[in-house]
Design a protein. Structure first.
Length: 114
């Protein structure tokens, strides 16, 4: 089924779901296209989250991220990214790992291009 159509709804009514393989991080999947694998989500880094065990990440999809609140510190770049900042990552772009001393919520869109 292609990505479903939704009129407005309150994501706060959705529970945070733990993400397998990423201890402490959780997500709210807002929409998903089962045919393409594209999805939109909120990602929650609780205070003290540390993705160092995952190492530097590379994906085979596009990823767009907007920081809704809080911040994440990129350990490779030694740079703090905070509320309101935006990233657009093409497939294969290395990023992370991160630490979030005070917590962070991001809005993410992940999609594959033919």
């Amino acid at each position: 089924m292609p990505k479903p159509e939704f009129e407005f709804f309150d994501p706060e009514e959705m529970p945070w779901q733990p993400i397998e393989g990423t201890p402490g991080l959780s997500e709210r999947i807002l929409s998903r296209d089962e045919e393409t694998g594209d999805y939109t989500r909120l990602l929650n880094f609780p205070p003290g989250a540390n993705t160092t065990p995952l190492g530097v990440q590379r994906h085979d999809f596009w990823e767009e991220i907007w920081i809704v609140e809080g911040g994440i510190h990129d350990l490779t770049l030694d740079k703090l990214f905070t509320k309101g900042m935006y990233a657009c990552r093409p497939p294969g772009m290395p990023h992370g790992p991160w630490v979030s001393p005070n917590g962070c919520i991001t809005f993410e869109v992940r999609y594959y291009k033919p």
